[in-house]
Structure formats: C-alpha cells, structure tokens
Design a protein around this ligand. Sequence first.
Ligand SMILES: C[S@@+](CC[C@H](N)C(=O)[O-])C[C@H]1O[C@@H](n2cnc3c(N)ncnc32)[C@H](O)[C@@H]1O
Length: 292
Amino acid sequence: MINSPLNYSGNKAKVVDQILKHFPENITKITEIFAGSAIISLNSNIKNIVLNDNQKTTIQLLKYFNQNSGEKIIQDIDQIITNYKFTDSYRKGRKHYPEKKHEGLSIYNKEAFQKLKQDYNNNPTTEKLFALNIFGFNHYLRFNTKGEFNVPVGKVDYTESLRKKTIEYAEVMKQKNLEFYNYDFRNPKLYEGATENDLFYFDPPYLITDAPYNASWRETDELDLLQILDKLNSQNIRFALSNVLKSNGKENIILKEWATKYHIHYIHRQYRNANYRRKNKSEAEEVLITNF
Ligand SMILES: C[S@@+](CC[C@H](N)C(=O)[O-])C[C@H]1O[C@@H](n2cnc3c(N)ncnc32)[C@H](O)[C@@H]1O
C-alpha cells in the first residue's frame, strides 16, 4: 500500500483495502474523475489510469510526481528548506526545535512560510506549491478568489515519513500509464469511448461534510453527477462512488434514495481518538455505491 506525501484533505488512504476489494477483476482502465491524490487508482492493480480534477494545482502536483523521480523532488524541497531557512528536523533532530505549547514547528517556520507564499503568489512553480503543501496548516491546498494560495503555516516540516512517501509515490506512478485532465466532471470528453472493461471511480466533494473543496459543491452538482452515473449504468459501464450518507447529524436524502437502485457497501473507519470514535460511530455512514 502506498500513501501520498500530499496528505490530501479527505483522502481515502485509510480505507483503500475496503474500497479495492469491491473492484471487479477484468478492468483494463480506471478513470478517477475527482482524483485528489489518486490514492485509490494508484493502489489498484490496474495499469491504465486516467486522473481528472478540476483544481489546476492538484493536477500540476500529480504531474510533478509523475515526471520527476522522488530523489529529484526531495532535492527541490531541500533547496527550498535551505533558501528560506525552514526547520530541518530530519537532519537536525526534533530536539533542535523545542516546542512551545501546541504550536509544533509553526513559530519557527512562520516567517519563511510567509515569504514562500508571497514568492509563490508572484511567481508560482510546482516545487514551491509542494513546499507550501508540506509546511502549510493541515497540508491544505486552498486559494482565494484571486487564485492566491492562502493557507497559514502548519506545525510540521519535511519529515522522514514524508520523504519516504515522496519516493514511493513518484515510483508507483512510473509503473502505470497515466493520463491527466483538468476538467469539470460534466465534461463529456472524460467518458468518450468507454467500454465494458472500464471502471469509473468517483470521490466527489460531499454535500454534508466540511473540507476546503466541499464549500462550492451544491445540490445541482450532486444531481448532475447522479445523472451521469445513471447514464453510465444504462451503457453497461461500471462505476463506483464514494460518499457519506450520514455525517455529524446530517443526512444526504437525495443520495440515499438514489442509491437504492444500486449496491451499497459500508466502509468502517478506525478512529485513533476514542472520543471522536464514540461521537461518530452512530453518526457517520461512509459508503461505496457500485452498479456491479
Ligand atoms: C474528496 S476529494 C478526492 C480525494 C481523493 N479520493 C484522494 O484519496 O485523495 C474531491 C476532489 O474533487 C475535486 N473537485 C471538486 N469539484 C469538482 C468538479 N466540479 N469537477 C472535477 N473535480 C472536482 C476537488 O478538487 C477534490 O480534489
């Protein structure tokens, strides 16, 4: 199992096996319409992968990992760490940076991060974007209406574990045939020429949960998506849809009623935090809906 160094918000890393076990065997191509960090298709044994996301920067980052070796990417980031004077706990050790309260490394990196953010917004490059993702709060990728990166500094730096993920993630991409698109999910080009050996995987923003990219997802988007899935089904094309039917006391009624036509598989999360687990056990209902 490989994980992404992007720590993409809302990623499926913790439930990869529970999703992949439902995938049919005779699939020659998978299309991830809402790719994010593409953790599902990259962990599958399907060689031909189409990755689409309407967020331009997400596709840029995926291409960066596809086109460069992990070693080269680590070199790029190390260069930024040196130039901007970010903390380097990987080489200097965590004890080199005594922590105050629960701020982690944020107090040490605040200034460097501000400068990098400014430089990125004036002259964006993918290396700078990945560095902002590493040092930014919760590894969010969030932009204001002018398209400027606007996440505050985070608590961590480029750890050994993130470096290992960088190598593995870049490596797995080299073993696949990848195609990238930066379209809205409604774009017909994404579905052209699909056959019975194709699988379409959808992990859209969820109507009833909070993530930076969920805010602009409306009921009309949800309805358009369900219509596309019905159309694929009528053409005998297989699809799998990740979503939540219930979360934090809210219920997605539209989806729940629509899903009765198909197969609903329940996904079980293991929460490390006991309080969170207790609170969510009865409430969150994460599912994979398939037409096979
Ligand atoms: C839940 S995330 C996918 C996470 C992914 N499964 C992973 O494991 O990393 C949803 C993604 O859909 C993208 N997205 C949002 N609206 C979209 C649209 N209208 N068309 C295509 N992609 C969209 C977001 O940019 C985000 O990357």
